[in-house]
Every structure is written in C-alpha cells, then in structure tokens.
Design a binder for this molecule. Structure first.
Ligand code: MLT
Length: 268
C-alpha cells in the first residue's frame, strides 16, 4: 500500500481522495458529518502494522460531490468500490457517527468485505420524525448561509467542554473541516442521513467482532443510546472514554488508539 500523502482515484464516476499509510491487514476509517478524512490523522499516523485507509466521502473534503442526491447506500457502495480498486478483499472498518451509519450499511450490502467493526459515537436507529424535520431546517440554513450555519449549530455540540477549554488545536481543526465542507455536499449528506434505513433490527445478526467506543460527554448522541447499541450486538466490546464528546478519536487520540490497537490485535 502506498505511504503517506493524499491519493485520488475515480470511483463510480467521481473523484475520491484518501489517505493511506502502512502495510498489513487493512483498516478503513469513515469520517462523520460535516468533517473529512483528516479527522483520522492520529489513527492513520500511529497504527503501525496495519494498512490504514481514510477516504473523504463523496461531497466532503477533497472528494467531488456528484450531481444530484445520494443515499447512505451510495456512500457504502463507494467504499466497497474503493476496496476493489485498492485490491483489499476484507478490512476492519471504523466509522464515527455518520461514518457509523455508512459502515452499518456497508455491512448490510457488502458484509463479506468486513472482518471487524468499530462503531464510534454512533447509533443504529433511523431519524425520528422530529430529527427529520430538524434536518430539513439545517438543509435550508446551509442553502441560505453556507457552511457557517453548520459551524454555528454544530461546533458547540461536537466537543467536550474540557476539549474546548484545553485543546485549541483540536477546536481549530474541527472548525476548518466544517468550513471546508461544501454546501452541496452538506445538504446532500443531510438528506441522506434524514432518509437512512433503520439498522437496529439487524444488530443481533452481526457475526464479526465489534468494538463500540462511546464519548462519555457526547452531546449529540447520548451515551446511553450508544451503550444500548453495544448491548444489542452479540459479543461486542464496549468502551466509554472519559473527557471525550462526540469526536472521541480527535479528543482522546491516545486512549482511542490504545483501545483500537487492543481490538485489532485480538483479531490477528
Ligand atoms: C455526525 O457527527 O456524523 C453527525 O452529527 C451525525 C448526525 O447528524 O446524525
């Protein structure tokens, strides 16, 4: 696998950018909303002994937004096609929040490609009617005011208060990922999340090893919901990380990497 800098491939008709580093069994990292592949910087840099791949999902970061609407299933199919291009038959797949929605859909559509799952700061249920209405409001706000509307509504909820107080570089990184999210990518992904299928019923049928990582101070997806997610997956490991909000891998990278490494080593 190539080392280091960002690579670009045409996948299902659109240019997709991704970081890749290291050799060995593959770990695929799937970012949350409204972020990009760089949220996994500490994991891509540090997970020696594994082939790390972190793409920008379509419409985010440096990946093109194709014209027209898309679905969470499109994101999942893009990832399967990326694995094809990279000649990776099976990977451990690690998704945060929206990335978790994508990973659960990847499992449903392309389950044979997944060796293990890491679900960070995410949930399995579809949007409630109230959440769907809120998505429509956010779509309108982004259409009217661009990504600044996202920064205003989401920044205060993404990070734990202790991260905001003591980690200005993390706050700056999150702010710049949000600012770099193109409005057409954000609105398409908001609609895709609004319309996503419920994955709750399938949790009991998961047969690959699973690690669920919860931010103890997650203000966007309540920890109780994430703990229940782990409880419904047979044999899942559950880890609750103190001092982390919704972005555990960025807020507590050392602890996240320690948990991830333990989990990965258990699958050698
Ligand atoms: C995310 O962090 O990916 C989003 O907040 C998920 C969502 O809005 O449901």
């Amino acid at each position: 696998m190539a080392q280091g800098s960002v690579r670009r491939l045409v996948i299902r008709g659109g240019a997709v950018s991704f970081d890749s580093q290291g050799d060995g069994a593959a770990v695929l990292f799937v970012h949350g909303f409204p972020l990009d592949r760089t949220m996994w910087r500490a994991q891509v840099a540090d997970l020696a002994g594994w082939g790390r791949v972190a793409p920008d999902l379509r419409g985010f970061g440096l990946s093109d937004p194709p014209p027209g609407p898309w679905t969470i299933a499109d994101h999942a199919d893009d990832l399967a096609a990326l694995l094809d291009e990279l000649r990776i038959e099976r990977a451990v797949v690690c998704g945060l929040s929206m990335g978790g929605y994508v990973v659960l859909e990847l499992l449903r559509r392309h389950g044979g490609r997944i060796r293990g799952l890491v679900l960070a700061n995410t949930r399995a249920e579809a949007d409630s009617p109230e959440a769907r209405r809120a998505r429509d409001g956010t779509i309108e706000a982004v259409r009217a005011r661009g990504s600044v509307a996202l920064a205003e509504s989401m920044l205060p909820k993404l990070l734990a208060p202790s991260t905001v107080a003591t980690r200005p570089e993390v706050v700056g990184h999150v702010r710049s990922m949000i600012a770099g999210t193109r409005p057409e990518g954000a609105t398409a992904a908001l609609a895709a999340m609004r319309d996503r299928a419920d994955a709750g019923e399938r949790l009991g049928t998961i047969r690959v090893p699973v690690l669920v990582v919860v931010g103890a101070e997650d203000a966007l997806i309540p920890p109780a919901i994430q703990i229940e997610l782990a409880r419904r997956i047979p044999g899942a490991r559950l880890e609750v990380v103190p001092g982390a909000g919704h972005l555990t891998p960025l807020e507590q990278p050392e602890e996240f990497n320690r948990l991830l490494t333990d989990f990965l080593e258990s699958m050698r």
